[in-house]
Design a protein around this ligand. Structure first.
Ligand SMILES: Cc1cc2nc3c(=O)[nH]c(=O)nc-3n(C[C@H](O)[C@H](O)[C@H](O)COP(=O)(O)O)c2cc1C
Length: 394
């Protein structure tokens, strides 16, 4: 939960829709419905998605907090309807239904790697439908919608957020940092990978997994350019921005590891080759020739691009179902199979953008305060002037 910009999502995967309330967005931020829908579409895309994504073409409804294309400073509430819900009206009805409605889509055999078993134990139900409906990554639709609002605020203050796929299964990008400009064409790739040969190998990985009835994971990188220095703080553990970003990314379904910058290499590289030296150029001011730290030192943004990697596990619904148990009879069973994707790594990158944008927007507002975009911009300008005295023009 953000300190200033807060949001809560609600909604089940096959319920009427996904809802999010975003509180703390200043007044005057330009909000375009089309920009939110564009991100929703990107979340639904990517090579390796299954049948559900063909049913749903997500479109946002803005219920409050925006008037004539600008935020009002009041809570923004957004809804994305589940078009598939009409086929599930009785199964998901809030009102009592005949037993047939409960039985029709009942899930009996918990899928290893899903929330099915842990959720059943937690909430005391043997109807796994009650767990998976909310545990499903369909919830990330609401996050992406909220993230589009955060992106709008960031964009108005000069910060952009992008993502790309670094690895799918055994197919990875060549070593080395991917330049921001190279990401211009990322949406042209069906796997959202900017290296054509790597993208081809990634598609082949997905095809192989699909043919085997299996799934495949990967790694995404999410990058923010233009974030002002000084977001986050080292003064308390919960204000460190590296920790807040890691939590936000780790909270995405199927994300199992997060690194800031080249964090994964930190365990094997010597300090002299790991840290980013500080140079002075009389014309442009302080310079960092490398950015292995991913724009964060001491949990504070240092003005470089904020970069984080997230490892996405292979999704747990498999056609070649793993061993499980019937929770009612305790008989061995193959895990239930729900309509599913083969690979969600490209989509996870879009969700990661939303989460990074929400954390950065929150940290920005925490630094600047302000009830309106104009107040935020005025504070930012004063902050930048102060920083220029230390760091040069940049
Ligand atoms: C965008 C996205 C789509 C996903 N779609 C599916 C899916 O179709 N089938 C599936 O089994 N898991 C899917 N997952 C992963 C599960 O939601 C996730 O593994 C599950 O909720 C358990 O959470 P955990 O993996 O974080 O422990 C998806 C994840 C993301 C980010």
């Amino acid at each position: 939960m953000g300190l200033v910009l807060r949001f809560l999502t609600a909604g089940e995967s096959h319920g009427p829709g996904l809802t999010v309330v975003v509180d703390g967005l200043p007044a005057g931020v330009p909000v375009e419905r089309e920009a939110i829908d564009a991100d929703l579409r990107r979340r639904q895309g990517g090579y390796g998605r299954g049948g559900r994504m063909k049913i749903e073409t997500d479109a946002v409804e803005i219920l409050s907090g925006v008037r004539h294309g600008r935020s009002l400073g009041s809570p923004v509430s957004l809804v994305v309807r589940n078009r598939d819900h009409e086929n599930w009206a009785d199964v998901m009805s809030p009102d009592p239904q005949p037993a047939s409605a409960r039985e029709r889509r009942r899930l009996r055999y918990p899928r290893p790697g899903h929330a099915d078993l842990a959720g059943a134990l937690k909430y005391g139900t043997d109807d796994l439908r009650n767990v998976l409906e909310r545990a499903s990554a369909r919830e990330t639709t609401a996050r992406v919608a909220a993230g589009a609002l955060a992106k709008a605020l960031l964009r108005a203050t000069g910060t952009e957020v992008r993502s790309h796929v670094v690895r799918i299964g055994r197919a990875g990008m060549p070593e080395g940092l991917v330049a921001w400009e190279a990401l211009d064409c990322v949406e042209e790739s069906p796997v959202r990978c900017v290296d054509a040969a790597a993208a081809e190998a990634m598609i082949a990985e997905i095809d192989r997994a699909k043919k085997d009835g299996d799934t495949v994971g990967g790694v995404v990188e999410v990058i923010a350019r233009g974030a002002p220095p000084g977001l986050g703080s080292y003064v308390q553990w919960d204000r460190r921005l590296d920790g807040r970003i890691a939590q936000a990314l780790m909270s995405i379904h199927a994300v199992k590891a997060v690194a800031i910058g080249e964090g994964f290499a930190g365990g094997v590289t010597r300090g002299s080759l790991f840290h980013d030296e500080i140079l002075w150029d009389a014309g442009t001011g302080l310079e960092r020739p490398t950015n292995r730290a991913g724009g964060l030192e001491g949990g504070v943004t240092n003005g470089e691009e904020v970069r984080a990697l997230a490892v996405v596990k292979p999704i747990p619904t498999l056609l070649i179902a793993l061993r499980s148990v019937d929770l009612a009879t305790k008989e061995p069973q193959k895990a239930s199979v729900e309509r599913s994707d083969t690979c969600v790594v490209p989509a996870a990158g879009v969700v990661a953008e939303a989460m990074l944008a929400l954390v950065l927007a929150d940290a920005l507002l925490e630094k600047t305060g302000g009830d309106s975009l104009d107040e935020v911009l005025a504070h930012l300008e004063a902050t930048r002037a102060g920083q220029a005295r230390l760091a040069g023009p940049r």
